[in-house]
Design a protein around this ligand. Sequence first.
Ligand code: CDP
Length: 795
Amino acid sequence: MTKALDEIKIGGLGSSRKRVEDNRFIRGKGNYTDDIVLPGMLHMEILRSPLAHARIKSIDTSRAWDIPGVHLVLTGEMMATRNLAWMPTLSYDTQAVLATDKVRFQGQEVACVVADDPYIAKDACEAIQVEYEPLPVIVNPQQATADGAPVIRDDKENQPDNVIYNWEVGDKDGTERAFAQADKISTLSLHYPRSHPSPIECCGSIADFNRATSKLTVYMTTQAPHIIRAAVALVAELPEHMIRIISPDIGGGFGNKVPVYPGYVCSILASILLERPVKWIEDKTGNLISTGFARDVYLEGELALRNDGKILAMRMHTDADHGAFFSDAQPSKFKIGLMHSTFACYDVPVAHLTARGTYSNKAPGGVAYRCSFRVTEAMFFQERMMQQAAYDLGLDQAEFRRVNLVRDDDFPHRTPFGFLTDSGQYAKCLDVGLEAIGYQDFLRQKEEARARGRRLGIGISTMTEPLGAGNSREYDILGIKMFDSAELRVHLTGKAIVRTGARGQGQGHETTWAQIVSHELGLPADDIVVEEGDTDTAPFGMGTYASRSTPVAGAAVAMAARKVRAKARRLAAHLLEVSEEDVEWELGRFYVRSAPDHGVTIQECAMAAYSNMPDGMEPGLEASAYYDPPNLTWPFACYIVTVEVDPDTGVWDVLNVVAVDDCGVRINPMIVEGQIMGGLTEAYAMSNMQFITFDAEGNCVGSNYMDYLLPTAWETPGFELHEVVTPCPHHPIGAKGVGECAAVGGPAAYVNAVMDAIQDTGVRNIDMPVLPDRVWEALTFRRDVSGAPPVRSDG
Ligand code: CDP
């Protein structure tokens, strides 16, 4: 049997091992925050603002206090006496925990009630009387920056207007010079609408403060338990070792469960005040209306082009609407996340990006919904722009991409904004995709169909994205450097436990981390248990989001296993009675170089670590590793979609979807494919189903599952998946991140396909969601269709 087959047999790298966590999930035995019941537990509900912008004149809580079963009514004023009315955000801004002076978005937290059960708490919330004085409302950056616009954040000193930042990167003068040389300039502007991660499980927490031990335990839906512990320690000034954050099973996160939400803070304070466990479980409307949204960015840009298709330069401006508080999850140095990773897969000699962020009367936005800090917007713009530029030049869209893609022998490649991409076979991925979709055939079919009045279209999206922040030199969250860690303990019988600072939310870490250890040590994966999510037991880590787990925590697992193997080698030398230099390693076994049959298994070494170690050797077989990656990982993907658009109704149907992903070495191919299918499904939903926006009064339109549709198996198209493997040169096992690639690159493929079907109309853009009425409007009136708020609220 070959080594690779041996490894597959034990569940190592490349094995499509079934997900071990599914043993409990498919039996309904998951343990989610809402499943946890503690003795004496009380329940908390939140009163939210019905208005988007209003001064609070008074809050009368007396009727709520009178309701039997009510234990506590919290208001902003009470929070303020404890210095907790405001909290810091992940972007160095402040966010109201409970409103004091004003409400700044519809759904903002105004008060909360703790009672014997959630129904009493909800009734008591309704008994609270709040007198509001309505103020003018702002729902987009244009209004935010208009002359005389009301200042939303008048709570802040030195905030005379609604602008949060003006940021730029790149070479402005060089870009201007290149534009002056261009044969053609192609332009595009669009709005990437708000989208919502909408995990099936909403956010929630159970705070349990024990006065006797002074220990605060919080069970909560967080993707980053250690960051939450640090935030609680710093904000509430509680000693860090007396705080235990436990993140039990999570029913989907997608970025929604990275920020600190007011509900968490209030449940903690309530538990401290009442000395009883306090549970807060957000409802669906609360989740859709108030927790971290993503995107909501206006993008405009242009490409300087030569007639033969070569891109000479790119310039771009983004206007991001952050809502009432700047709470983006982002590596702090870059105001607009990693937007400047745009065009990283193309050889663009020079570029310039400007970014402006503004406040509005909308829930705070900018969480990384299945996205590495704004790369979704970056890649969406890039790929929509590439298609438009190909049309403007009269070139084939695939050929135009091929001319400009970074070539295999150009790596390492420095992008115009300073990133270093280090590996890939971009043209090969494109070729595999074109072959799989039957590109030339489809173009012929499209022509024939057009002659008969039918509209077919094909959309391509090729992209690389930066996954795996840090390195710690360049990436930090609130000053905490981005790295990750793992601990591996091998017990005396050769069974093992791995703990990491990451926290999966369905991605399968319990399965794949064991596979990495199997690969490194030759232990069967079934002999390895994985634990994440408890700050009292897991080593420090920055959490799981932005597909950083495999690039960083996964690498830490491999490094910890290598340390264990190094110690096991010394134990093997002792057992084999040879010097360490004479010991060779093969999967699961050390042997004497000159006598390969004379060997010991890794399990025998484990037993020796506790029962027969050499004199002077510390007993035990365990190691921890902190991993600070030298670079981001840069997976590549090519997504191709074909559609048919009905010219009479604007309805469009997906005909085929082909995905070619290169995420380096695949730990578990089945899990990787699941991640890609999930991403393509979400991309499909974002591109044509999910509608959430705001009217002129700041009412959130679509904050329900009648409008904000979750795709089911019924409407989701089928996917054909292909792979190309270019190992990551710096990752210990050659893996790159993959979790979000399809959600990042997918939307442009769907939208490009629809735009291709109506290209002859001269329409340059229809904003997502590309709903049938928008397509119909574009076809009928031959004009671009914007989806930017405000929308009409009269139906
Ligand atoms: O950070 P997150 O877990 O969301 O994303 P990821 O690191 O891209 O991993 C998603 C899932 O795919 C995990 O279970 C990974 O271990 C797995 N994966 C893999 O099997 N091979 C890769 N090259 C990348 C990810």
